[in-house]
Ligand binder design. Structure first.
Ligand SMILES: [Zn+2]
Length: 630
């Protein structure tokens, strides 16, 4: 018997993350939404969780070869078609009435025969005791429950329908090779109706089983270890350990989840948090519609009928845009929402949302893929390029420009493959990323590791020697930008360092004695956030000289303000440093504008330090330009 743990429920209920977490338990394999293996994986050629098309994934290839070898099968398109027809909503009444397939342990069709061989093949190929299938559809669970050799256990995952509806109404980029750039969207009425139908069907079709567990997404996130323990007990693995560390974080390794939410393509440590954005972002009217349509089940599952709006202002700021509203209004709204995110969700969110347009993202990804096909090159020859400097200094703008060149593979600090909470992962991991790349350049943006860029250049092995670009920005511009994004953060950090509490933070690494002395000489109880942000600018940018980067031919200095005032000239200089042909699309996203240098009111000593350093940076920049021109 193969034990299959089925996650049943509606879309946008957190099933992908639950499956991924379970997949981290020893002996459990997260297979993804197996129902879509044929349609999305084989017919549409979409990506496995491991990042390659399913047909090229070694694991799924081996599994499918076993299934093919052990009996007759249908072509993928035919499998997909039969499964699609069987899952339709209009077939539900028959299934609920106990008709349709359910012969209990026998195989009536070629599709069922193939499925009854598939799950044992998955378990064998992955040497696992339990296969997690997060297909969600209750009718499909009903189908496989009746197959011989399969011991089905069901987790019925339920999420507050207002949270699910809000998620359905928001755009989420697919980026798994699908022809559509986004996951399917639907309005509140439709998603609430679907929530009713699927949950009712799951309860009716599967709820009578002995091996059935109902779990609310909100309870799972509130105490994930307890929820995982209950599930493990459901599959007879009472002794197994939930995969969380003492702080409740889980480290997701790369997986082979087939189909489903694009989140499965991510790996790295995560901290589960309730996604309660709907509480502030969902219009009251939509919330009311969803509550009304799902009222009976809503109450049965223990959710309150009435919900409070989180804060009066937010609900007006974030009301959804009426469909007929013009582009300018939409844009203004997007900006406001962006600012709101920045305030409420912190830096991580902002970095993540920085490239606003998912369509652009997808186009860039496709161009890169096309480039790799057209320019096959052996892995391991890419040049690592480190873009460093201080936060809010234009490194995003530069990185985004270079990202438009398909020669570049880009890892920004929100990329979990290369980064862990904004810090670059180990040298070995970075070396592995470089060695695996089939691009000409692998760009990393390790701003929080800028103080060790010399070590990265010297010690991370790569066949093509690496290069670094140190980006700086006029101090007043940087201070304004930093204050609006990080508030008083620089002040708190410097106060900590001065008080000897900085050990272990990236901000305090490799501080020269002179910098330490300056930092200790100020009174942080009276310092303004502006002065602190300027002092921090001085501390971090001083490293460029302190580390001797100005004397290294493999490090280039670049100025954000220059790039703004003459984007083409600035980008040409960077291209020639990297040996890349310049083309206009690299700067198409930059609107040329003169940099303003309106002086902020700073502490005179800090102003003096910054002025001196700014002069020194500007002088070095000019010298480098002349050196290259000569
Ligand atoms: Zn795979």
């Amino acid at each position: 018997m193969t034990t299959v743990l089925y996650i049943a429920g509606t879309g946008r209920s957190g099933s992908t993350v639950l499956a991924a977490v379970l997949g981290e338990v020893e002996g459990v394999f997260a297979a993804g939404e197996v129902r879509y293996l044929w349609q999305r994986g084989l017919v549409e050629g979409r990506l496995c969780g491991c990042g390659v098309p399913v047909a090229e994934c070694p694991l799924w290839s081996a599994v499918l070869a076993t299934v093919d070898a052990s009996g007759p099968t249908l072509p993928p398109a035919a499998m997909a078609e039969v499964l699609r027809r069987g899952g339709r909503v209009r077939h539900l009444p028959r299934a609920l009435a106990g008709q349709g397939r359910h012969l209990g342990g026998s195989v009536a069709t070629p599709v069922e025969a193939a499925l009854s061989r598939l799950y044992p093949a998955i378990a064998a190929a992955t040497a696992s005791r339990v296969v997690v299938d997060s297909s969600k559809l209750p009718s499909y669970a009903h189908l496989i429950a009746g197959l011989p050799g399969i011991d089905l256990r069901v987790v019925h995952l339920i999420r507050d329908p207002r949270g699910a509806a809000h998620s359905w109404s928001s755009r989420k980029a697919l980026a798994d090779g699908a022809r559509r750039p986004h996951m399917e969207q639907m309005g509140p009425l439709k998603s609430a109706a679907l929530w009713d139908v699927w949950n009712l069907a799951a309860a009716r079709l599967l709820g009578g089983r002995r091996r059935y567990l109902r779990l609310r997404y909100e309870d799972f996130v509130a105490d994930p270890a307890a929820a995982v323990r209950r599930i493990l007990s459901l599959v007879g693995m009472d002794g197994a350990r939930p995969p969380f560390d003492a702080g409740g974080a889980v480290n997701l390794s790369p997986n082979h989840m087939v189909a489903g939410n694009p989140d499965r393509l991510r790996s790295g440590p995560i901290q589960l948090r309730v996604d309660a954005r709907w509480r502030s972002a969902m219009p009251a009217r939509d919330r009311w519609v969803v509550s009304a349509v799902s009222a009976p089940l809503l109450v049965a599952y223990g959710y309150p009928f009435r919900t409070r709006t989180a804060g009066g202002l937010e609900s007006t700021v974030l009301d959804r845009v009426p469909v007929n509203q013009g582009g300018a209004a939409r844009f203004a709204r997007r900006v406001r929402r962006h600012l709101h995110w920045a305030r409420s969700e912190g830096v991580g969110r902002l970095v993540e949302e920085d490239e606003l347009n998912p369509a652009t993202k997808l186009r860039v990804a496709l161009e890169k893929r096309r480039w790799r096909r057209a320019h096959p090159r052996p892995a391991g020859t890419a040049m690592p390029v480190y873009v460093v400097g201080l936060q809010r200094s234009g490194t995003n703008m530069l990185t985004r420009g270079l990202d438009r060149a398909p020669e570049f593979e880009v890892h920004s600090e929100n990329d979990r493959v290369a980064f862990d909470r904004f810090l670059l992962r180990s040298d070995q991991t970075v070396a592995r990323i470089i060695a695996r790349s089939r691009h000409r350049f692998v760009l990393f943006k390790p701003l929080c590791d800028s103080h060790r860029v010399d070590a990265l250049l010297d010690h991370v092995p790569s066949r093509t020697p690496g290069r670094a670009i140190w980006v700086y920005r006029d101090v007043d511009g940087r201070v304004r930008s930093a204050l609006s994004k990080f508030g008083r953060n620089n002040l708190l950090v410097l106060a900590d360092i001065a008080a000897g509490r900085g050990a272990g933070t990236w901000q305090a690494q490799r501080l020269p004695a002179a910098a330490m002395k300056e930092i200790s000489g100020f009174d942080y109880r009276t310092m303004t956030p502006e002065t602190a942000a300027a002092l921090f600018w001085w501390v971090r940018n001083s490293l460029y000289f302190e580390l001797g980067l100005d004397r290294r031919p493999d490090v280039m200095l670049a100025s954000y303000d220059d790039l703004l005032s003459d984007p083409r000239a600035g980008m040409r200089a960077i291209c020639s440093f990297l040996g890349l042909a310049f083309r206009p699309e690299l700067v198409a996203h930059i609107a040329p504008r003169a940099a303003k240098r309106a002086g902020l009111d700073l502490d005179p000593r800090v102003r003096q330090l910054c002025d001196q350093l700014q002069d020194r940076l500007d002088t070095t920049l000019r010298a480098q330009r002349q050196g290259r021109a000569a």
